[in-house]
Design a protein around this ligand. Structure first.
Ligand code: AMP
Length: 416
């Protein structure tokens, strides 16, 4: 189902004049040449076999550096985004150490804790663990817990858990109900620490840290380094190995950006025109609010384009279902807010459309970064009304990337 963007198709079918296109290179990996294989990193034959069954042939740069450091027992600060392979960079050595150490487990005392900011990320991280565990001769019990769903099954499920993936609020609820204890944590991961702080989880994280033993291994991953992340880094990490996956020529994540000037009343028809004329089969559309996401999805459906909206006001089940359908290529258009602009990895997503601009330039980068991942190209479209133009200029200035705004007055939208 995944449509790969094709330049010639785009030019042939879309009657909008393209004067100039801007290609944005988002660099996710380091300049260093990666090792050609996983063998030298210190993983056991059983994990190497699990990797090869997943067809992971070469470590990504963050994996190449983080795996040996974590196996060595060091604290790690990884500055890396989703798409860099950062999840497996900590999942692999955690599984290795869990199998090797056979930490004695008092009842409901988890040895490994992975803290994540959102339920979507919790589900995604759990899937990476499960994928690898499936290829192992020995079982490792992993559980993911998050809010928005009934707590009772989660309480029951804590028995014998070796790796717990949790959002901070729900974890505190489970601790308060004595369903789980953190006093035996040996390894702690803070994933997407920047997002965790942006979402205001500082206090919860502080409370959780106070419940853990002082002696433990800490791994902190963040897409950005800012003042707040720096502060938590100081608090949590002890002489960490700092791994920054920086700009490099080998990572070819290419995102082509296109922007169209469209009047307010032509926005809806233009969106449908864009989707139809490019024959987009899998596209993520961003709006500025939940209300608008619902409205845009309704309009698309009324006009015969299969679409669903997902946002913070939807039930947990509806959110997960919509995302799973979309990832599996069963849903053509997913309309969302900035809820999905970070962290969520969608394999080879070819198109992203900004139906409405985000307020922050950072969110713009995160939104368009949903496409063009894993060395594939992708196209990010922005629909810009005359009122949006000054704000779009601010975004471009912050990104130091300029996108030519194409006129659309001559595009025939009748029948859309
Ligand atoms: P992440 O940055 O952890 O969200 O991973 C991004 C994507 O890369 C996921 O779909 C992983 O399954 C995939 N991935 C991670 N490591 C490797 C690897 N060494 N080789 C191939 N794919 C990988």
């Amino acid at each position: 189902m995944n449509e790969r963007p094709d330049r010639s198709l785009a030019i042939g079918t879309l009657a909008v004049p393209y004067c100039r296109r801007t290609r944005l290179r988002i660099h996710l990996t380091s300049m260093e040449t990666p090792t050609q294989e996983f063998e030298p990193l210190g993983l056991s034959p059983q994990l190497l076999a699990a990797l090869s069954s997943l067809n992971y042939k070469q470590p990504t740069p963050i994996q190449e550096r983080a795996i040996p450091a974590i196996l060595f027992g060091k604290d790690v600060l990884g500055i890396a985004q989703t798409g860099s392979g950062k999840t497996a960079a900590y999942v692999l050595p955690i599984l290795e150490r869990t199998l090797e150490q056979k930490w004695p487990m008092a009842n409901r005392h988890v040895p490994v804790l992975v803290l994540v900011p959102t339920r979507e990320l919790a589900v995604q991280v759990e899937a990476v663990f499960q994928e690898l565990i499936n290829g192992l001769p020995e079982r490792v019990k992993v559980a993911a817990v998050f809010g928005g769903v009934s707590i009772n099954p989660q309480m029951i499920g804590m028995q014998g858990v070796q790796v717990l993936i949790a959002t901070p609020g729900r974890l505190l609820d489970l601790i308060d109900s004595k369903a789980v204890h953190l006093s035996s944590v040996k390894m702690l991961v803070l994933d997407e620490a920047d997002r965790m702080l942006d979402l205001g989880f500082q206090e919860e994280v502080d409370r959780l840290l106070a419940l853990m033993p002082r002696k433990r291994q800490n791994l902190l991953f963040s897409a950005t380094l800012n003042h707040a992340v720096d502060a938590i880094t100081q608090l949590v990490l002890h002489k960490p190995e700092v791994i920054q996956v920086s700009d490099g020529p080998q990572e070819i994540v290419l995102i082509e950006q296109r922007a169209y000037r469209v009047s307010n009343e032509r926005k809806g028809p233009f969106l449908r025109y864009l989707i139809n004329s490019m024959d987009m089969q899998q596209v993520l559309v961003f709006t500025a609010s939940s209300h608008s996401a619902d409205h845009v999805a309704d309009k698309l459906v009324k006009n015969g384009i299969e679409a669903k909206a997902t946002h913070g006001k939807k039930s947990n089940h509806a959110r997960q279902q919509a995302l799973a359908d979309f990832k599996a290529g069963k849903l053509r258009v997913l309309v969302t807010t900035d809820l999905l602009s970070r962290g969520i990895d969608i394999d080879h997503l070819p198109y992203v459309i900004n139906y409405e601009l985000p307020r922050s330039p950072k969110d713009y980068v995160h939104r368009i970064g949903r496409t063009g991942r894993a060395q594939r190209s992708g196209i990010a479209f922005s629909i810009i009304t005359p009122e949006d133009q000054p704000h779009f200029k601010v975004i471009q200035k912050k990104m130091k990337q300029w996108v030519t705004l194409e006129g659309t007055d001559d595009v025939d939208l009748s029948g859309m």
